[in-house]
Design a protein around this ligand. Structure first.
Ligand SMILES: C[S@@+](CC[C@H](N)C(=O)[O-])C[C@H]1O[C@@H](n2cnc3c(N)ncnc32)[C@H](O)[C@@H]1O
Length: 247
């Protein structure tokens, strides 16, 4: 079972290739609406590297922020498979960013397709990222596949930690922590070291939300501007990926 130190150690190794291949700080790096943050794409690459993943499979592709970042990072070295209810025209974004489009895209319900793909391909190790369905439905889907030996990690998005203990997100996150081995991208050491990867995203977020809604806790905390510090909303930062493994 991997632990936080393994993740942080791998992050140091993964970083230089990530900066070169995904280049989240360049002006060409566009954050798509509802897409995951660059630091979260980084965490997905760290996990894939650490666990020697042969096939990355994502439930909930939308406009491809995470899928294309993984594609950019791995060139042709990794089988990448996305599943979504709808077919989104992500190739345009890929062409703009110079990414070879060599991933598989299956349109349909992941609740059926994801377990099928994993059971049919038991010879390959899988890293799984669930970014739709969400919340308890994401967990139900994760539970269908977590027992397979070839599933090396499952990341669940939007598992941030609010202050309000009655908030469903709080209950969800605590349920994950109490029932599984977990590592989350709001790990304070990870956040301290890699929050700058989200600089592009953060600027866009500020413009869109003017500090309302889900605040990126890491950025607020590191702004060094007392007037902008607001710790009431979240202990964590939105959105946050929690990786789970069986206990
Ligand atoms: C927030 S978006 C994903 C964003 C994407 N990962 C990114 O970084 O750009 C969620 C997506 O999940 C898809 N989705 C939700 N439930 C699903 C299911 N059961 N099967 C397949 N796709 C699903 C939705 O159609 C939507 O496109």
């Amino acid at each position: 079972m991997i632990n936080k130190l393994d993740v942080l150690g791998q992050a140091e190794i993964t970083l230089s290739r990530f900066l070169k291949k995904v280049d989240p700080l360049s002006s060409d790096f566009k954050i798509t609406n509802r897409g995951v943050w660059a630091s979260e794409c980084f965490a997905l690459c760290v996990m894939c590297d650490l666990l020697g993943i042969e096939t990355y499979i994502e439930s909930g592709v939308y406009k491809g922020q995470s899928l294309l970042s993984l594609r950019a990072y791995y060139d042709e070295d990794m089988v990448i498979h996305g599943i979504d209810f709808f077919y989104y025209n992500i190739p345009h974004e890929a062409i703009v960013r110079g990414i070879t489009i060599s991933h598989k895209y299956t349109v349909g319900d992941s609740n059926i397709i994801l377990p099928e793909q994993i059971s049919k391909n038991s010879q390959f190790s899988f890293g799984v990222f669930i970014d739709g369905p969400k919340g308890w439905d994401a967990l139900k889907l994760a539970e269908k596949i977590i027992g397979y030996d070839n599933v090396k990690f499952i990341g669940i998005h939007d598992s941030y930690l609010p202050f309000d203990t009655k908030d469903e997100h709080y209950k969800f996150r605590k349920h994950l922590e109490n029932n599984f081995n977990t590592w989350s991208t709001d790990d304070v050491d990870f956040v301290r070291k890699y929050n700058y990867l989200d600089n592009t995203r953060w600027l866009e977020y500020l413009e869109e939300n003017q500090l309302g809604g889900i605040l990126p806790y890491n950025k607020i905390k590191f702004l060094h501007d007392g007037s902008k510090y607001d710790s009431r909303l979240l202990k964590s930062y939105g959105p946050t990926i929690t990786f789970i493994w069986e206990k």
